[in-house]
Every structure is written in structure tokens, then in C-alpha cells.
Design a protein. Sequence first.
Length: 242
Amino acid sequence: MMSTSTTDRIDAFRAHGFFVARAFLDISERAELRRACDVALVRTRALSRETGHSTPRISLLTDGVACFQDDPRALELIAAFIGSGRVCALLSGLSRPGEQDAPRLKDAHYYHEQTRHDWDGDWHRDSQFGQADPEIERALVATTTSVHFRVALEDDDRLEIVPGSHARWDTLDELRIRRGADRTTPDMPNAARVALRAGDACIFHAWSIHRATYLRAPPRRTIDALYTFARPTVRQWTPPTT
Ligand SMILES: O=C(O)CCC(=O)C(=O)O
């Protein structure tokens, strides 16, 4: 699905929960960003036997920070990209009434190929993490918006999404799969694969039902930033009384 105008982009997001912006980065922008992200991946792989090897992704802002100590400009480049006007322009108009217009950055990740074995990820909505009670999760899905913005730095067809699932609660089959014992089944009804060419960007609603499968080859190098439009819960600090 290709969006050419703001209205198309917003309409596609409302209807399907995702859209693709083809050729968002040109070849030199892609090479520059990949070089910067690879700094963190190479260093993380050297420091860990797990992270960067058998994980889906590394965090560029938490796992990765120590990994940029020899090359802080690489982190600056990544931070400038995920905060850029160009990326924010793609996110504009995606919030729901009552939310903030401006997105807040939550984290940035780098999805990588596996170094040991292939495996299938679980079907999930990101909203389920930390929510044991499906009814509380359901309220979150109905009232808030969180989005992944990603750019493939190599061709990447690993992600599958159930189109439209961001805008409704689960069918019985979906709930049985994503909160049941067979979360990696290939038989999710109506799932669609999102095939990105190197340089393509994709925005998808984090509450959509989605998953990916993880392979040793071909190389996977996709930068993904997570943003929310939910209003922050601000806790009041009251000084202790003496
Ligand atoms: O592209 C992927 O590997 C899956 C992404 C995903 O499931 C997530 O970030 O919640």
C-alpha cells in the first residue's frame, strides 16, 4: 500500500492500522543511518552472547548507549533522525481526539538478523505487555494511540499485521492465539505481510495484532522508533513535611 498524500496516509492508518512510505530514504541516507546503527549492533554483539544474537532487536537508546562511546556522532545522527521534522510529518494527524497532537518518543530499536537459529515470534498487541487483565488492555486499545515508525535499511519482509485490528477488539480466534498456548501459529486469520524494500518506511499502530519471524538470512537491518500520543501521567511531587 503506498501513500502519496497526507489524506491517503491518514485514511490508510485509520482503516488498516498501517501504511508504507516507499523510498523514504535515498541510498546515501540509508547507508549513513545503517553505518550509525551498526556501530551499536557490532559492539553489542561483542559484549553479549544473547543481545544482538538471538534477540529480535537491540535498543539504541538503552542497550546501545554504552556502545556509542567510541563513536558518539553515530548516536547523534540516529537521535537527529528519529526526532526530525521529516519523520514527525509522517506521524502528524494520527492521534485520536483527546490525545496530544505531538508524538512522544518512547524508545528506538534496531531489528537484526539472527546469528544462531531461526524462530517464529508470538502474535501480540504491544498493549498486552504488562497488562495481565485483558479488560484493562481493551480500555487502553480503545482510548490511546502508539505507533511504530520504521525504515528498512535492507529489504525486510519479516513483519505480519492483521489489518484493521488496531481499531477493534479481538475476535475469539485472535484472543485464543495471542493469549493462548499456540502464539506462534502461522494460522492467524487475515494476516498480511508487510514487505519493505531498503529505504521504505512503514508506520503501524502498536496496538495492531502483529508478529515477525526471525531468520539468520538475509541480513535484517531495520530501525524502528516507538512513539505515543497518550497524554503523560504527571505525578505531583510534594516536598516532605518536617
Ligand atoms: O518487526 C518485528 O520484528 C516485530 C516487531 C514487533 O513485534 C514489535 O515491535 O512489537
